[in-house]
Design a protein around this ligand. Structure first.
Ligand code: ARG
Length: 477
């Protein structure tokens, strides 16, 4: 555990704890304690420490290569940073609120450890390009950990689907029974959604992975920096090409939150279906006990809390996207302190999404399917009415007439209290003489499904081909 930042102490005789002195001799009085608390971000942005140190080391090495600092200075900086890294890892680093943020905390500690070399680190750099670099580096690392979680989520769905290409269930529109589909087909719809999310994530990564460092405060710097070499050392794909944009752009964070919000909407829709499917009135599935909770008053209850929470947590992620959009919309170029407010929404978006994907993938793998309930549901809504119409069209009727004939058939079925598929042949023939014994091949849910062989349709052979495609695409490397 990292100790919490210490509260500002006005009587401190540590010069680094006095922000007035951290700025310059221009300030005639120390910052008020309230302002210190209000402006400080170290409580949350210390999470960027590893990125901050990596960025500083790459900057320092480049400064030495460009002879802006000496090899001796660089050696001091590397030694100091190694110690700081160790202190942070051991939870011994003393974060100071008076030093505002992660950047000033680390720099102050470096200077305390190695003296003047620490003070030279900030040559040709500003916290404006520094923080933009840190956030990008950090987010890139998080993206690289989220991508496999998205793949796991897809794999869980694909493997469940692989077992249910022949399991019929009602496909719904307007939440009314529409046509028979396989459970596999239904599950693979979510795989398509998460596959698009993965594409969006890869796309966000490309635009995140650009180096702002070298933009300095906003205008660039007069030191002979080699930005490209810093980008290469830090694994960036390139450098930001306009210094003003480099320090003020947070599009990458907004895009990331948009990706996350869309992904969470997909998770939420899936979660909603699991909740419905598990309710007694659907009874399509069971969720493993380890993902359910009981009630303190109703002994019979097993509640799908995890699915409900996943659905609920989509709200906060959508909110974070909104927050970042509003945060940016009124900002004139270039850096404004408003941007400090980008971190908590971004951090929480990453944490919420990662935790949600992890638990949902696990829960999906543990779903117990009840095929009889699914099949019974499909025989309760005249789900093969379209198939009967298509059958009549194949016998020569115009589609509109076939549609009308089937409407009469459904009406009869409702009157007799049976599903369309259960009407006797004579009744159907009474509606139209073209109906033959072969009508029952298309009136069963299985017949209906098998007929939808079109690419992307619910026929088992199509669905199994999709399972194979997804498996190939999702092979673990
Ligand atoms: N903590 C600040 C942030 O998160 C760092 C940059 C501050 N720069 C400045 N000029 N005040 O945005």
């Amino acid at each position: 555990m990292t100790p919490e930042p210490q509260a500002p102490d006005a009587r401190s005789d540590d010069p680094l704890a006095n922000k007035a002195q951290a700025w310059s001799a221009l300030f005639s009085e120390p910052m008020s304690a309230l302002v210190q608390r209000y402006t400080a971000s170290v409580g949350f942005d210390k999470r960027l420490a590893a990125a901050d140190i990596a960025g500083s080391l790459a900057h320092a090495r480049m400064l030495a290569r460009q002879a802006v600092i000496t090899a001796g200075d660089l050696a001091d900086i590397e030694r100091g940073m190694a110690q700081i890294q160790a202190e942070i890892a051991a939870g011994r680093f003393e974060w100071q609120l008076a030093l505002e943020d992660v950047h000033l905390n680390i720099e102050a500690r470096l200077t305390a450890l190695v003296g003047d070399a620490g003070k030279r680190l900030h040559t040709g750099r500003s916290r404006n390009d520094q923080v933009a670099t840190d956030v990008r580096l950090w987010l890139r690392g998080e993206i690289d950990q989220l991508a496999p979680l998205l793949a796991d989520m897809q794999r869980a769905l694909v493997e469940l689907a692989a077992q249910h290409a022949h399991t019929v269930m009602p496909g719904f529109t307007h939440l009314q029974v529409a046509q028979p589909v396989s459970l596999a087909h239904h599950l693979l719809a979510y795989v398509e959604m998460f596959a698009r999310d993965a594409e969006r994530l890869a796309d966000v990564r490309r635009r995140t992975n650009r180096l702002p460092l070298g933009a300095a405060a906003l205008a660039g710097t007069s030191y002979p920096l080699d930005r490209e070499s810093v980008a290469t050392e830090l694994g960036f794909d390139g450098v930001c090409q306009n210094s003003l944009d480099a320090v003020s752009d947070r599009d990458f964070a907004i895009e990331f939150c948009a990706f996350a919000a869309i992904t969470m909407v997909h998770v939420s829709r899936l979660a909603e279906e699991l909740v419905l499917w598990m309710s007694q009135n659907f009874g399509f599935i069971d969720l493993a006990d380890r993902y359910c909770t009981g009630s303190s008053i109703m002994p019979q209850k097993r509640n799908p809390d995890v699915a409900e929470l996943a659905r609920g947590k989509s709200a906060r992620v959508i909110g974070h996207l909104q927050a970042l959009l509003v945060l940016m919309k009124g900002q004139p170029l270039t850096y404004n302190k408003d941007n400090q407010e980008d971190k908590e929404p971004l951090f929480d978006t990453v944490d919420t999404l990662a935790a949600t994907l992890r638990i949902m993938a696990e829960m999906v793998s543990g779903i117990v399917v009840k095929p009889q309930a699914l099949r019974a549901a499909v025989t309760r809504g005249h789900a093969t009415a379209t198939d009967l119409a298509d059958y009549l069209v194949k016998k020569g009727l115009p589609f509109r007439d076939a549609h009308e004939t089937v409407a009469h058939a459904v009406r009869l079925a409702i009157e007799q209290g049976v599903d369309l598929a259960a009407l006797p042949l004579a009744t159907l023939q009474g509606l139209h003489p073209a109906v033959g014994e072969d009508v029952f091949e298309v009136l069963t849910p299985e017949g209906s499904m098998a007929a939808r062989k079109v690419l992307g349709g619910t026929a088992p052979e199509q669905v199994l081909a999709q399972v194979a495609r997804h498996r190939g695409r999702l092979v673990k490397v």
